[in-house]
Design a protein around this ligand. Structure first.
Ligand code: ATP
Ligand code: MG
Length: 878
C-alpha cells in the first residue's frame, strides 16, 4: 500500500465518522513562541484543548507535518541510526474536543488498524500498552478489541502519561505496537510483562500509534482534577505504518525514502548499501535532512544564526558533512529538494510554487559551508592527531567562528572519535567575542564634525581642474575625509566641488543624498546638494565669499546619515519579511529612504491583512533584536546570484556587484548601511496602501522616528484620557460607560417621543388637511438632542409634522417634517417663521427640521394657541 494511499485512507476513515478534515498547521507556529517546531498533531489545537478557544467542530482529523530536531522533542542525533526516527515526519491523528472518549477512540483505532477494509494488520501481530493505573482503558481493549488481557501491558508515567505542560490538560496514554518478529501463521506467543518490556527495549516492537486521553487538569501544586469534558488526541506515524504495510522493517526503505536513497546513490556514484551500516548512515541522514530542509524552507524558516533558523542551518550543515563523508565536494541536498517536492506534492501542493526558492536557498547554504568545511575538518584532524581527550572551548569556538561548524556538529564528530568537547569553554569564548564586537562598533562611531567661519563674495566660472585623479567614494567606511578638490566650479553664488576622497552619498537606489559641511582654508561650505555626473559625485552649496581650492575637511551630517542608514537597512529586513510571509512573488518595485522614514513598494495583489502586517512587523523587529551583523562584499554578478542575492534591477548592475547580507536577507545594493541590525532599535509600520495594480506600498519608521511615533501615540492617548477625565488604562471602561449612558439617553428620548415628543406635557394630536400634526413641548435645550427627537419622529412616519415648544422660558420652538412633505416642497423653516412671527421672533434651518425663537417669550403661549390655525394657513399656501 503506497504511503499516499495510507494518508488518504486514514483521513477518509475519520471524515466518514464525523471528523472535520483540518489541514496541517505550519512547522513554525507563528503564535506559539514557546515551541520551536510543530512536533505533534495536537499543536494547532492546543488552545482548544485548554478551553481557550472554540471551533465549530468537536471532532477533527489531520495529517500534520512534524519536526523533532530541537527543543523538548529532539530526535536529530538518532536520525539515520534507527529504523523509525526522522527529523521531519507526518503524524496522522484524530481528535475529540470533549466529544467521544476512550471507548470510541480505542474502537476507531482498532478497526482502522486491523480491518481488512483499511490497514488489515493481523491482530495477533499487535501489542497494546496502557498506563498501569488506567483499568478503564485496559478493560475497553478487551471489550472493544477482543484483546486477551495478557496482550495489554501497563507502563508507567515515563511512557504512558502525557501532559501539555507543568499545568493544564493531561492524562494517560495507550499505545499500539507492531511485533516486528511476527511470522504469519505462527502460533501467537504470550509474553510476560517483563519479557515485553525487555523485548521492547531491544527494538522488537514498533510503536505506531499513541492515543492520549486528556482527562485531568493539573494545578500548579500538582493536584489532578477531572476535566468536565475529557478529550482525545492521537498520533500515528505515517512512515512507520508505511513500513509495516510495505513489508519493510525500516522506514527508510518505504516509498517515502527509497527514491531519495536511490538518487543519492546516483549522485555519489555508489548505491545505497541497503542498511544503516557504514556509509549507509550518511545516505539516510541525507535523505532525511533533504525532507526536513525542503519542508522547513517551504514553511518560511530560513537559515540564520539563531532560533528556528539556526536549527535549520545545523540540519543543513550536518547533511553537508555526511555528503562530504560520501566523497561529495559540491551541493548534494539542493538537487534532492526537487525530488522531495515530486514525492510530496500530492499531499502538499503549496511546495510546488516554492521549488526554485527552496533549491536556491539550500544551495547557497551548502556552497557557503563547503567553502570552510575542509579547513574545519582538517583542523579537527590536527587536534585528534595530538591525542586530545577533549576539544578545548577555544578550538570549538574557532571551528564555529572561522569554519562555521555548529557546536553540535563538532561534538558529534569528536564523539565519533571518542573525544569530548568543552562546551562551557565554548560558551565563554562566544560571549567574549560578542563583547569585543560590541565595543569595536562603538569606537568606529566616534567621529565628530568641525565647522569654520563663513565668508562672502562669489563669481561665475567654468569647471576648474585642480589636479588630475580619480575620485574615490569613501562613504561606506567613513563620514569624514581629509582630502582635496579635484575640480570646482562657481555659479550664481554656489560652489560645486568634486572631492578626491568623497564621503558624500549621491541619491541612488532610493537612498537620499547626504548633507554636510566642507571646510577649506578660510571658507566653509554647507553642502545641501549632491549629484552624480561624469566626473563623479559632485557636491554643492551656497558660498558668498571668495573660494580657494585648498585642502579640505569634508564631514557628512552624521546623525542624519545614521538615520538614513537605519531606514535603508530596514528596507532590506522588511523586504525579506514580506517575502517570508506573503510569498516569493514579492519583489521590490521601488523605495525611498530618508532620515525620517522609509517607503517600500513591492509586487503583491490586494491589501495585507492587519494581523499579517503585525506578524511582519514583529518578524522585522526580531531580526533587529537578533542584532545580525551587516556584511557587505563585492563579487562578480554570477557569484552573487549563486549566493541567492535578490537582484531586482539586474540590467543596471555591472560586472562586480556589492552584496549586502543581514540575517536572512541577501541583496545587491550600493547603499550605505548600519553595521548590525540592532542599531535600528525598533521598526513600526505607519501605513500600507496600493500604488498601482499589483503594487503595494508600506511606510515605516525606525530608531528615533519609531520612538517619536510611539511618543506621539502616547500623547494622543493621554489627551483623549484627559477629555474623558480618566487615566489611559481606564479609558476603555470609561468609553463603555459613556456608551451605556448614551444608550440610556436614547431610550429615554424614544420614551419621550412616545409620550408626544415633549418631556413635560403629552402632545396634542390633530389632523390638518391630510397631515397628522403633533404639537408638544420639550424641556430639552441641546440642539443635538432635539435633532434626535426630530429624527425619531420622522423615522417611519409619513405625512406628519411635529411642532415643539421649549419649556425653558427662552421661547424656543422647533418644527420637523417627514420626507414626503419636504418632497412636496414644504419647508419647516416657513412654519417656524409663521409661528414665531406671532411673538415677533423668527428662525430657520433645513427643510426637514428647523428651529426658531419667540421675540418675546411671554407671547409664546399665544403662539401655541394660534399654531393649529397657522398650520392650516401654511398648508393651504403651499
Ligand atoms: P518513540 O518513542 O518511538 O520515539 P514517541 O513516544 O516519541 O515515539 P509520540 O510522541 O507518541 O512518539 O508520537 C506519536 C507517533 O508519532 C509515534 O507513535 C510514532 O508513530 C510517530 N513518531 C514520533 N516520533 C517520530 C520520529 N522522530 N520519526 C517518525 N515518527 C515518529
Ligand atoms: Mg520519541
Amino acid at each position: 500500500m503506497k504511503s499516499s494511499v495510507i494518508r488518504r485512507l486514514f483521513l477518509d476513515y475519520f471524515v466518514t465518522r464525523g471528523h472535520r478534515l483540518v489541514s496541517s498547521g505550519p512547522l513554525a507556529p507563528a503564535d506559539d513562541p514557546t515551541l520551536l517546531f510543530t512536533n505533534a498533531g495536537m499543536v494547532q489545537f492546543k488552545r482548544v484543548f485548554q478551553g481557550q478557544e472554540r471551533r465549530d467542530y468537536e471532532r477533527a482529523t489531520t495529517c500534520q507535518k512534524c519536526v523533532r530536531a530541537g527543543g523538548k522533542h529532539n530526535d536529530l542525533e538518532q536520525v539515520g541510526l534507527t529504523r523509525r526516527h526522522h527529523t521531519f515526519f507526518e503524524m496522522l491523528g484524530n481528535f475529540s474536543f470533549g466529544d467521544y472518549f476512550k471507548r470510541e477512540a480505542i474502537a476507531y483505532a482498532w478497526e482502522f488498524v486491523t480491518s481488512p477494509e483499511f490497514l488489515g494488520i493481523a491482530p495477533d501481530r499487535l501489542r497494546v500498552t496502557v498506563h498501569h493505573s488506567d483499568s478503564e482503558a485496559r478493560a475497553l481493549w478487551s471489550e472493544v478489541a477482543g484483546l486477551p488481557p495478557q496482550s495489554v501491558y501497563g507502563l508507567g508515567d515515563a511512557d504512558n502519561f502525557w501532559q501539555m505542560g507543568d499545568t493544564g490538560p493531561c492524562g494517560p496514554c495507550s499505545e499500539i505496537y507492531v511485533d516486528l518478529e511476527w511470522t504469519p501463521g505462527a502460533p501467537p506467543r504470550v509474553l510476560s510483562q517483563e519479557e515485553f518490556e525487555r523485548q521492547a527495549e531491544a527494538g522488537r516492537f514498533l510503536e505506531i500509534w499513541n492515543l492520549v486521553f486528556m482527562q485531568f487538569d493539573r494545578a500548579a501544586d500538582g493536584t489532578l482534577t477531572p476535566l468536565p469534558r475529557p478529550a482525545v488526541d492521537t498520533g500515528a506515524g505515517l512512515e512507520r505504518i508505511a513500513s509495516v504495510l510495505q513489508g519493510k522493517d525500516d522506514n527508510f526503505h518505504t516509498d517515502l525514502f527509497q527514491p531519495l536513497l536511490d538518487r543519492i546513490g546516483e549522485l555519489v556514484g555508489t548505491p545505497y548499501p541497503g542498511s544503516m551500516e557504514g556509509p549507509g548512515a550518511s545516505f539516510r541522514v541525507l535523505a532525511d535532512h533533504a525532507r526536513a530542509v525542503t519542508f522547513l524552507l517551504g514553511d518560511g524558516v530560513f537559515p540564520s544564526n539563531e532560533g528556528r533558523g539556526y536549527v535549520l542551518r545545523r540540519i543543513l550543515r550536518r547533511a553537508v558533512r555526511h555528503a562530504w563523508l560520501l566523497g561529495r565536494r559540491e551541493p548534494t541536498l539542493s538537487p534532492l529538494t526537487g525530488l522531495v517536492i515530486d514525492l510530496m506534492q500530492e499531499a502538499y501542493p503549496d511546495l510546488v510554487s516554492r521549488r526554485d526558492d527552496i533549491r536556491k536557498w539550500t544551495e547557497t547554504e551548502e556552497v557557503r559551508f563547503l567553502e570552510t568545511i575542509e579547513g574545519g575538518l582538517g583542523r579537527l584532524e590536527e587536534l585528534f592527531a595530538t591525542g586530545v581527550s577533549q576539544i578545548p572551548g577555544e578550538e570549538a569556538f574557532r571551528l564555529y567562528d572561522t569554519f562555521g561548524f555548529p557546536i553540535d556538529l563538532t561534538q558529534l564528530i569528536a564523539a565519533e572519535r571518542g573525544v569530548g568537547t568543552d562546551l562551557e569553554g565554548f560558551e565563554q569564548a562566544l560571549e567574549q567575542q560578542r563583547t569585543r564586537s560590541r565595543s569595536a562598533r562603538s569606537e568606529a562611531r566616534a567621529a565628530q564634525s568641525g565647522q569654520g567661519p563663513a565668508i562672502k563674495s562669489g563669481g561665475r566660472q567654468k569647471w576648474n581642474i585642480v589636479r588630475r585623479g580619480k575620485q574615490k567614494f569613501v562613504g561606506y567606511d567613513t563620514t569624514r575625509a581629509e582630502t582635496e578638490p579635484l575640480a570646482f566650479r562657481q555659479e550664481g553664488g554656489r560652489v560645486e566641488l568634486v572631492l578626491h576622497q568623497n564621503p558624500f552619498y549621491a541619491e541612488s537606489g532610493g537612498q537620499v543624498s547626504d548633507t554636510g559641511v566642507v571646510q577649506g582654508a578660510g571658507w566653509t561650505l554647507p553642502v545641501d546638494a549632491v549629484r552624480k555626473d561624469e566626473r563623479g559625485i559632485v557636491i554643492s552649496g551656497a558660498l558668498a565669499d571668495p573660494f580657494e581650492p585648498t585642502p579640505v575637511e569634508a564631514q557628512v551630517a552624521e546623525a542624519r546619515r545614521r538615520n538614513i542608514e537605519r531606514n535603508h537597512s530596514a528596507t532590506h529586513l522588511v523586504h525579506a519579511a514580506l517575502r517570508r510571509h506573503l510569498g516569493s512573488h514579492v519583489r521590490q518595485q521601488g523605495s525611498l529612504v530618508d532620515p525620517d522614514r522609509l517607503r517600500f513598494d513591492f509586487s503583491h495583489h490586494g491589501p495585507i491583512e492587519p494581523a499579517t502586517l503585525e506578524l511582519i512587523e514583529r518578524d522585522v523587529n526580531e531580526a533587529i533584536w537578533a542584532n545580525h551583523p551587516v556584511v557587505t562584499r563585492e563579487m562578480p554578478y554570477p557569484e552573487a546570484l549563486a549566493l541567492g542575492a535578490m537582484a531586482f534591477f539586474a540590467d543596471k548592475y555591472g560586472d562586480v556587484v556589492r552584496v549586502v547580507q543581514m540575517g536572512d536577507s541577501i541583496e545587491l545594493c550600493g547603499g550605505t548601511h548600519v553595521d548590525s541590525t540592532g542599531v535600528l532599535g525598533l521598526l513600526r509600520f505607519r501605513s500600507q496602501g496600493g500604488v498601482a495594480t499589483g503594487v503595494r506600498r508600506v511606510e515605516a519608521v525606525t530608531g528615533p522616528g519609531a520612538y517619536a511615533a510611539l511618543a506621539a501615540i502616547n500623547a494622543r492617548l493621554h489627551q483623549a484620557a484627559d477629555l474623558l477625565r480618566t487615566q489611559p488604562e481606564h479609558m476603555a471602561r470609561r468609553i463603555e460607560q459613556l456608551l451605556q449612558e448614551r444608550d440610556k439617553l436614547e431610550a429615554r428620548v424614544q420614551e419621550m417621543l412616545k409620550q408626544g415628543g415633549g418631556s413635560a406635557a403629552p402632545g396634542q394630536e390633530l389632523t390638518v388637511g391630510s397631515v397628522a400634526v403633533t404639537i408638544g413641548e420639550t424641556a430639552a435645550e441641546d440642539r443635538d438632542e432635539i435633532g434626535q427627537l426630530a429624527d425619531r419622529f420622522r423615522a417611519g412616519r409619513s405625512n406628519a409634522a411635529l411642532v415643539l415648544f421649549g419649556t425653558s422660558g427662552r421661547g424656543a420652538l422647533h418644527v420637523a417634517l417627514t420626507d414626503d412633505l419636504v418632497k412636496r416642497g414644504l419647508k419647516a423653516g416657513d412654519l417656524v417663521n409663521r409661528i414665531a412671527a406671532v411673538s415677533g421672533g423668527r428662525g430657520g434651518g433645513r427643510p426637514a427640521f428647523a428651529s426658531g425663537s419667540a421675540g418675546d417669550p411671554a407671547l409664546l403661549p399665544a403662539a401655541r394657541e394660534a399654531a393649529p390655525r397657522l398650520i392650516e394657513e401654511w398648508l393651504a399656501s403651499a
